[in-house]
Design a protein around this ligand. Structure first.
Ligand code: UDP
Length: 240
């Protein structure tokens, strides 16, 4: 064991399959407090090692789900042999499916017009849920938005601002989000649900190469990916 390994081991990992993980998230609606869930990948882990605020945020989060092959490999190396990769976008849909009649959902994030389109698609798909409100991810005013989310009565908050903005926003505001029981950062999921961006074809998903497809389809992502990889590799090698 070493400091790097200890930090990773100390996070509240949920190791399980998609179905069981989604069940656990849906059950959090019965909690009497907000739960900050992070779909943890190598990007957030490598940032956490460089940034104290993110490190504390990761430690304080209520649940980490291994999303991304880098996080899975790292956990396996540290002895979490049963670790499975749970893509955040799939987990969200599966958890929404399991939530009971009348559960209220709020969507925050993405470019103008995207959240409302995603909301329309999701409400047509999950007829038992109530989509209580939405706000785009640019030009928002923090306190006003928190008030709006509280007034909506939502219990589930999906935040699509990308890593680490979404995690920082949730951590900063969670003590004021009175009714929210589940808050989760969903990255670019609204773009996919809205139909503006295609998810990787199944071959890439099944072979854990979704990241490669994202780079091929959006080459502008390459520098960010290389930076993340350069930050993550030493963590992976160091961790024991
Ligand atoms: N976004 C946003 N506000 C910001 C920055 C980003 O709403 O200030 C949105 C962006 O439009 C996109 C999502 O956040 O819908 C980030 O998607 P991306 O795929 O880049 O996130 P990742 O999954 O890589 O973290």
């Amino acid at each position: 064991m070493n400091e790097t390994g200890n930090f990773i081991r100390g996070l509240r990992w949920h190791i399980g399959d998609l179905d069981g993980t989604a069940d656990r998230i849906a059950n959090l609606l019965n909690d009497n407090k907000i739960n900050h869930i992070i779909t943890t990948n190598m990007e957030i882990l490598s940032m956490a090692f460089k940034n104290k605020e993110l490190r504390e945020l990761c430690t304080n989060a209520d649940m980490h789900i291994p999303d991304g092959i880098g996080a899975v490999r790292l956990l396996k190396k540290l002895g979490f042999s049963k670790t499975q990769r749970i893509p955040g976008i799939e987990l969200c849909l599966e958890a929404l499916k399991k939530m009971p009649e009348g559960t209220k959902i709020y969507l925050f994030g993405a470019r103008e017009g995207v959240a409302i389109k995603a909301l329309e698609k999701l409400s047509a798909r999950f007829l038992q849920l109530t989509f209580a409100g939405w706000h785009e991810g640019f030009g928002y005013e923090g306190n006003k938005l928190v008030e709006e989310i509280n007034n909506s009565g939502a219990q589930v908050l999906l935040v699509a601002l990308g890593v680490p903005k979404q995690e920082l926003w949730i951590a900063k505001n969670k003590c004021n989000l009175n009714n929210i029981r589940v808050a989760i950062g969903v990255g670019g999921s609204f773009d996919v649900w809205a139909g503006d961006v295609n998810r990787a074809p199944r071959f890439f998903q099944k072979t854990n190469l979704e990241w490669a497809w994202r780079i091929l389809s959006q080459p502008a992502r390459l520098p960010k990916f290389l930076k993340t990889l350069a930050g993550f590799l030493p963590i992976y090698l160091r961790a024991k």
